[in-house]
Design a protein around this ligand. Structure first.
Ligand code: SAH
Ligand code: SF4
Ligand code: F3S
Length: 452
């Protein structure tokens, strides 16, 4: 009987994609995937370090599975990803029941390490830095195996690059993911074509800063070059692919060429996740973000002018060291001018090794909470307004499947990333693009009637 593995993933979509690659590689090597933790012979944890809470969650969970190992000492438990990279051997001291710790540049070694663990148990830590492009391709070579992804899913993601060179002062990512490396466009196009041949209709392109794709580590494009826009143009030509989305473009790389590509390419969705972090120029500078609030707003304005109906989502950090009420009000102002349709608001969390640690954690937690809630209230008001304005309008959606709340209804998303729920007709299939008339709205959802 095949040994079974279970993977629990924390962190961002790049981690989700890495877990898919590792799962596919393990399946190719003869292991079987299970979604039931207690059934597994091999328990794997893909971890995140971006905020303290992300680490705490994973450490807590790995601590709990110790009792499984007490009952079944042959159970193999491994940790990989960003926290493995940042804490390396330290994790073996904190969590002595762990069998192996694998850093972000060595993910492709996991299959061999699992085999070694089965053959003869020993503690393995593999977290050295490997900047070769080969390791990057080995990871991505595993196209999502249909046993790994939901078989009916019509959405898949592709990692374009790894690492980050920007060193925003609060951020641990450049330390745990290493220097930025882009894949070859031909390899990405090949992966996209294979996914589309398998029935994928929407592709999400992933990178810490997709706008820096193909810039060979430079922080911003020279003039009007944009290898990322060139890649979008090539992907747009793939027959059978309906939609292209991407996260995250850093504002410093969102030049005119990219703005024009987003507006002109029919498959590139009208929803841009553009991380703002702060609307105060003083704080943006202390964060080393490389743009001002005015420059950020200028990207938004140009996109709104060229791509009517475009919507925006963002990431914000509240409580960066030294953030005053005045700084926060500047953030709130930009937040409302843009009118975000979605926002991930994070309370600043000091990360070891980053520059901002030197500044202390000066904003009291009550102020962080207050600022967080104020932005969430603003967001709710903005989205209800946007949703209400959709009433009695026609929209096109890509059908994704059965609604989680009501099994008789299905759902899909508009290119602007609005979720619309509707009652299907018997001829409609997942992956179809259908037209709906919006009959009802709430702050979170639109309800539509089929038109075709
Ligand atoms: N590369 C992306 C962000 C990746 S990390 C970009 O530059 O936009 C995802 C988000 O986590 C960031 O946008 C930021 O809002 C948040 N984040 C990162 N480090 C953080 C920290 N130390 N404390 C709180 N939030 C943080
Ligand atoms: Fe972190 Fe900044 Fe890189 Fe994003 S661009 S991953 S926030 S260092
Ligand atoms: Fe977390 Fe690593 Fe992603 S730190 S956000 S899993 S790149």
């Amino acid at each position: 009987m095949n040994l079974k593995f279970y993977i629990k993933t924390y962190g961002c979509q790049m981690n989700e994609r890495d877990s898919e690659s590792i799962a596919s590689a393990l399946i190719d090597a003869g292991f079987e995937m299970t979604l039931i933790e207690i059934e597994a012979d091999i328990l794997l944890f893909n971890t995140c370090s971006v905020r303290e809470q992300a680490e705490r969650k994973a450490v807590g969970k790995i601590g709990i599975v110790k009792k499984l190992k007490r009952k079944r000492p042959e159970l193999i438990i491994g940790v990989f990803g960003c926290m493995a990279q940042s804490r390396k051997d330290e994790l073996l001291i904190e969590l002595p029941h762990l069998d192996f710790v694998v850093g972000t540049d060595k993910l492709y070694t996991i299959v061999d390490i699992v085999k070694e663990e089965i053959a003869g148990r020993r503690k393995i830590v593999m977290a050295d830095v490997d900047s070769s492009v080969a390791s990057l391709e080995t990871m991505n070579g595993h196209i999502i195996n249909s046993d790994v992804s939901n078989k009916d899913s019509i959405i898949a993601s592709i990692s374009l690059m790894r690492g980050c060179n920007r060193f925003c002062t609060y951020c641990i990512v450049p330390y745990v993911r290493g220097r930025e490396k882009s894949r070859e466009p031909s390899s990405i196009l090949n992966e996209a074509e294979q996914l589309v041949a398998r029935g994928i209709k929407e592709i999400m392109l992933l990178g810490q800063n997709v706008g820096a794709f193909g810039l060979d580590g430079r922080l911003r494009p020279d003039g009007d070059e944009s290898p990322f826009a060139d890649l979008l143009e090539e992907l747009n030509k793939i027959e059978g692919l309906e939609r292209i989305r991407f996260i995250s473009p850093h504002p410093a790389c969102f030049n005119d060429k990219l703005i024009q590509a987003v507006a002109a390419l029919s498959k590139v969705c009208n929803n841009i996740h553009l991380p703002l972090q702060s609307g105060s120029n003083r704080i943006l500078k202390a964060m080393h973000r490389g743009y001002t609030a005015e420059e950020y707003l200028s990207i938004v304005e140009r996109l709104k002018a060229l791509a009517p109906g475009v919507t925006f989502s963002t990431d914000i950090i509240v409580g960066f060291p030294g953030e005053t009420d005045e700084d926060f009000n500047a953030t709130r102002k930009v937040f409302n001018i843009v009118g975000f349709d979605n926002a991930f608001i994070f309370k600043y969390s000091p990360r070891r090794g980053t520059e901002a640690v030197e500044l202390g954690d000066t904003v009291p937690i009550e102020d962080k909470e207050k600022r967080n809630h104020a932005l969430l209230r603003d967001l709710k008001q903005i989205t209800s307004g946007h949703n209400h304005a959709m009433l009695n309008k026609k929209v096109k959606i890509l059908v994704e499947g059965v609604s989680k709340r009501n099994k008789n209804r299905w759902f899909g998303r508009t290119t602007s990333n609005n979720t619309v729920v509707f009652t299907p007709s018997p001829s409609i299939l997942v992956g179809d693009v259908v037209e709906l008339f919006i009959e009802n709205t709430t702050s979170a959802t639109l309800f539509g009637r089929l038109l075709n």
